[in-house]
Write a protein that binds this ligand. Structure first.
Ligand SMILES: [Mg+2]
Length: 316
């Protein structure tokens, strides 16, 4: 492993095939959420009993995911919850509950901590993911910044969660809403997790909805996750990308923080889900050779490798 850890090299080590040997783990590390079967351990696990539970944890860190001094505690609390709920949407799940463990800076008052947790509690309740537990600790180091770790629990659709890895050659590639400029504007603080839209998609497309992810790190990088562990390639058509007002093609490809759904499907796909637009932005095809880029952007007659366009935690 690299001497300096980065998010994906660490996750790759954890996710290596063969390391997951508990039969109750249906989807292990590496997707937006894990999927587990809720049966007791030991003996012969009855894989038809118990129920299925989606679970995941993510964190919001001051200076990385928000600038607390600029946005304030209420907005930071909102984003801590909504970005985790967006992962539920990516699996087409329905929220059940939320837990929050926060480490707060030296000197944060009780009233401020209450404001933060009240915000998270209200937002979680709004999306039917009640805050049911957690923890609060203070940094000992005066340089320690706010860090909210948010765990979400959810139930998958009755016929299975939508994973990142089910794309097929010939699929269309689609995105909800618009892309780009989310960090420069207010979108990353005010977005609505696409929970309802994901459920609608699953209901409308059924088995034709092959793979899905939410765009947090950037379209290029997140699209590359759709074709990991496969011989497939994502082809993005630049002129089709729906750019958010004030953004452009480059922003749409690499900015991230959109929290829109990126999915692949066969056959006809609706152009909208309620008030939310759905845009076809490309397709999935077989890679001719293993060293071809996993995500190719076609624009003005040129091809660009955008597989690494976006944000990677820990990258230098
Ligand atoms: Mg995600």
């Amino acid at each position: 492993m690299d001497p300096v850890a980065n998010e994906f090299s660490v996750l790759e080590q954890i996710c290596r095939p063969g390391k997951q040997d508990d039969a109750r783990v249906v989807i292990g590390p590496g997707d937006d959420l894990a999927l587990v079967r809720t049966v007791a351990p030991g003996g012969d696990v009855d894989l038809q009993s118990g129920s299925l539970l989606l679970a995941g944890v993510d964190q919001l860190i001051d200076g990385i995911h928000v600038s607390l001094k600029d946005v304030g505690l209420k907005a930071a609390g909102r984003k801590a919850i909504t970005r985790s709920l967006s992962d539920i949407a990516a699996m087409a799940g329905r929220p059940v509950a939320t837990l929050v463990s926060a480490v707060v800076p030296v000197g944060m008052s009780g009233a401020e901590a209450l404001e933060l947790f009240e915000s998270m509690k209200q937002v979680a309740a709004h999306y039917h993911a009640p805050l049911v537990g957690g923890d609060l600790a203070y940094h000992q180091d005066e340089h320690g910044v706010l860090n909210c770790s948010v765990t979400v629990l959810a139930v998958p659709p009755s016929d299975g969660a939508i994973e990142r890895f089910g794309s097929k050659a010939g699929d269309g590639l689609y995105v909800t809403g618009k892309l780009g400029g989310a960090w420069q504007g207010a979108h990353h603080l005010t977005f609505e997790p696409r929970l309802a839209e994901a459920s609608m998609l699953k209901a409308i497309l059924g088995e034709r909805l092959h793979a899905m992810i939410d765009i947090s790190d950037g379209l290029g990088r997140d699209a590359s996750h759709l074709v990991e562990r496969s011989g497939l390639q994502v082809v993005l058509e630049g002129e089709l990308l729906p750019c958010r007002d004030g953004s452009d093609l480059i922003g749409a490809v690499q900015d991230g923080e959109d929290y829109e759904l990126l999915f692949t499907a066969s056959g006809d796909v609706p152009e909208g889900l309620g008030a939310c637009s759905v845009t076809r932005i490309g397709s999935i095809r077989e890679r001719d050779t293993a060293d071809e880029p996993s995500v190719l952007l076609l624009h003005d007659g040129e091809e660009h490798d955008v597989s690494c366009s976006g944000w990677e935690h820990g990258a230098k």
